[in-house]
Design a protein around this ligand. Structure first.
Ligand code: URA
Length: 210
């Protein structure tokens, strides 16, 4: 299906997101909540991952039991706020491989500029989940996905916390086949490219840099 958006409307996700949005949420609470919410997002985003049956022995009997199919999943963090999602997802997917993409938004043009790219080997056999908390203009995610597509992974998904309608539209103009999993779709962007009502700058709130 093209242009898929999967809002994750689970009550626990919505509750934790509301706590994170509040401007008086402390850095330590924001960090903890992002980790908790990301564990729940990991659960939803992996829901359709293929499994294959393997022979095992329980203490009582032999059986065929399902295991995730193929090579280890790759989680790719779009630096720096993506690492907050990564930390939570790794608690659910502890053997996942990890990649990083460094992109910054030029404050004048809002265009994404790459400064770092490192992903695991054998990407063609791997399912990839890209973490970017704020799909705002979509520019970072568009650039990151293009770069990752060049490694030809077996599958590719984007997971974010908040998405703006403008970002979703721009993203799907470039990558219509890539599904987006998000805890909420907010109203719009402001003139500086921030999501409204949003939660502010996710990186600053996660790392306490403002
Ligand atoms: N990046 C953020 O951290 N917040 C926004 O609202 C938009 C982009």
């Amino acid at each position: 299906m093209e242009g898929q958006v999967h809002p994750i409307d689970h009550p626990l996700v919505q509750h934790k997101l509301t706590l994170m949005r509040r401007k008086d949420c402390s850095t330590s609470n924001f960090r903890r909540l992002l980790q908790e919410i990301s564990m729940l997002l990991a659960y939803e985003v992996t829901r359709d991952m293929p499994t294959t049956l393997h022979p095992i022995e329980t203490p009582l009997a032999a059986m065929q039991a399902p295991l995730l199919d193929g090579k280890k999943i790759v989680l790719i963090s779009i630096l720096r706020a993506g690492s907050g999602i990564l930390d939570g997802m790794l608690r659910i997917l502890p053997s996942a491989r990890v990649g990083h993409i460094g992109l910054y938004r030029d404050p004048k043009t809002l265009v994404a500029v790459e400064y770092y790219f490192k992903v695991p080997d054998h990407m063609t056999d791997r399912d990839v989940i890209v973490a970017d908390p704020m799909l705002a203009t979509g520019n970072s995610a568009i650039a990151a996905i293009q770069r990752i597509k060049n490694t030809r992974p077996r599958s590719l998904k984007v997971v974010c916390l908040l998405a703006a309608p403008e970002g979703i539209k721009a993203f799907h103009e470039h990558h219509p086949e890539i599904p987006i999993y998000t805890a909420a779709v907010d109203e719009r962007l402001n003139e500086k490219g921030y999501i409204l009502p949003g939660l502010g700058d996710a990186g600053d709130r996660l790392y306490g840099t403002k």
